[in-house]
Every structure is written in structure tokens, then in C-alpha cells.
Design a protein around this ligand. Structure first.
Ligand code: PAF
Length: 289
């Protein structure tokens, strides 16, 4: 199906991207950025479409960032399909697809990285040491390369969204960070490039993450303010899936992502669960107290 828009231009160099965007800004055009690691799905497309609706020029970056993978994680196996990604970017309305190589992004061994505070040590950061420093470093580079823009991130990676928003504010980066709703399969499974790792039986059990979050949210809405009780409720739902291995269940204040006494105000419920090779995450918001 034709979108009536020209196919996006592919750009591999930082210099080339900066030149294109300088020209656009000189003409008074606003810029939207959607950072991705490729293997795009409908969740990414919803970010691109939102950027399309709110900006004159839409840039999608595709770069599997080695800094955010620990030894033994899936950097080498991370699913990649650039031709398909480019088609999806075209359909969703991207103008420029930035696809730098590893040498372009990191021409020298990296001596300077973003070092995050406590927000990065909890939840996914507790089992993936250094992961969010790697994310923040590449996102800071992308923000520096693209310059003033609105940048679109999915709420499925809620800790990442929180950290990136905080980094942009702390470092006075000229970027408006926009969080966008999670896109789900009809059975509730949040879309993720890593869903590609799920075998048939694992896939059929994976919607348990969503059901656990719903049970946790119902408990909070019924008046429960004890984070431990809410976390146990979510864990008991996940335990009904024989192939699920819980990494964490968490009920935390949205501002700190760290439990500190009874739950009050805006709360985030988050879960991370392994199904074989796939480590899946999901979350939802609710109000407590
Ligand atoms: O969410 C992702 O795909 C990545 O963490 C990001 C933000 C593109 C940084 O590599």
C-alpha cells in the first residue's frame, strides 16, 4: 500500500544526518526522533506514527548498541532484518532512517560513558549491571547528533523511559522525551523484538505477565498499600505458567522506582520473566492510598 510519501532516505553517517537536519531546521521544520535497535514491530510503528503526527521531519535510528549488552547476553543473536525494517519505516511515515555502523558510532574504544544514579541499579538494572549506562550513553549520543527534537520511547520499557527523561532534564538536553503506550497482541502480550525467541509453548504462556499486572493493579485498587503483598500476588499469578522463571515483580512509586514504605499516589507495577532464552518485561500504572 502506498503512503503517498517518498521512501525514507537512508543515512549512515553522523555528518550526513547532521547536514540534512541543519537544512530542515534552517527551513523552520521540527524534528521527531525514534531510537530503535531494529527488528521493528507494530509498537515501533506506533512511535513513528506519533512522531509523524507531531513533527515535520521524522528520523528513525536503527543501531544494535553493544554497550547495553553484558557478556553472555544476546548481542550477537539479537534479531536483525534491515530490509524489512526499512519497509516498515516507509509505511509508518519516516523521512530519514539513520543506520550507522559500529565504527561510525564508536570509532575508538569508548572512554566516556554516561554514569547513572540509583534509578539504574534497581529492577532490570539489578540483574543487568551497566545495561542502563549503555542505553543512556547511546541515547545521549543520538540526542547530541540529532539536536533539538522530540524523542519517542515506548512505555513497555518504563525504567528506560524514566531514565532517559531524567537524563535529558539533568543534562539540559534540548529534547522533549515523549512516552507512548505499550502496543499488545490480542491476548495481552506486549510487543517486543525478543518475542521472536519464544517457542510455541512459551508463547502460549507469555500473556501471564499481563494477567499478573492486572491482578496486582486490582489489589492496589482494592486498597492494598503493602508493596510486598502486591509483589507476591503478581508472583503467584506468574507461577501458574510452568515455563516462567521470575526475575522480579515490583510495586514501586513512579518517581523513584524503589519501594519505600506503604504505596501512595502514582505507583508502577513491573515484572520481568524469563521464558527460555527470552527475558520479557511489562508494566502498568495505578494509584494507591
Ligand atoms: O529500546 C531500545 O530499543 C534501546 O534501548 C534504545 C533506546 C534504542 C537504545 O539502544
Amino acid at each position: 500500500m502506498s503512503t503517498g510519501r517518498p521512501a525514507p532516505e537512508r543515512e549512515a553517517t553522523i555528518r550526513g544526518l547532521r547536514a540534512r537536519l541543519a537544512e530542515a531546521r534552517a527551513a523552520g521544520r521540527t524534528v521527531g526522533l525514534v531510537p530503535t535497535m531494529g527488528f521493528l514491530h507494530a509498537g515501533h510503528c506506533s512511535l513513528i506514527e506519533r512522531a509523524r503526527a507531531e513533527n515535520d521531519v521524522v528520523v528513525v535510528s536503527i543501531f544494535v548498541n553493544p554497550l547495553q549488552f553484558n557478556p553472555g547476553e544476546d548481542f550477537d543473536d539479537y534479531p536483525r532484518d534491515l530490509d524489512r525494517d526499512l519497509e516498515m519505516c516507509a509505511r509508518a511515515g519516516a523521512d530519514i532512517v539513520f543506520v550507522p555502523g559500529g565504527q561510525e558510532m564508536y570509532p575508538e574504544p569508548v572512554a566516556t560513558t554516561v554514569r547513572l544514579g540509583a534509578l539504574a541499579d534497581v529492577l532490570c538494572g539489578a540483574s543487568r549491571a551497566g545495561h542502563f549506562d549503555g542505553v543512556a550513553t547511546v541515547v545521549a549520543k543520538l540526542f547530541s547528533i540529532v539536536g533539538e527534537c522530540s524523542a519517542y520511547f515506548g512505555e513497555k520499557d518504563f525504567q528506560q523511559l524514566t531514565i532517559v527523561s531524567r537524563m535529558a532534564a539533568d543534562l539540559s538536553l534540548p529534547v522533549r522525551v515523549v512516552g507512548c503506550p505499550t502496543v499488545r497482541e490480542p491476548d495481552g502480550l506486549a510487543l517486543s523484538s525478543r518475542n521472536a525467541y519464544l517457542g510455541e509453548a512459551e508463547r502460549s504462556q507469555a500473556p501471564v505477565l499481563r494477567r499478573a499486572l492486572e491482578a496486582g493493579a486490582a489489589l492496589v485498587q482494592s486498597g492494598e498499600t503493602d508493596a510486598v503483598a502486591v509483589e507476591a500476588e503478581m508472583a503467584s499469578v506468574i507461577a501458574t505458567a510452568p515455563l516462567a522463571e521470575i526475575d522480579y515483580t515490583a510495586a514501586v512509586p513512579v518517581s523513584t522506582l524503589t519501594a519505600d514504605g506503604p504505596l501512595r499516589g502514582d505507583v508502577r507495577l513491573l515484572v520481568a520473566v524469563r521464558f527460555g532464552k527470552a527475558r520479557l518485561i511489562d508494566n502498568t500504572g495505578c494509584r494507591a492510598g
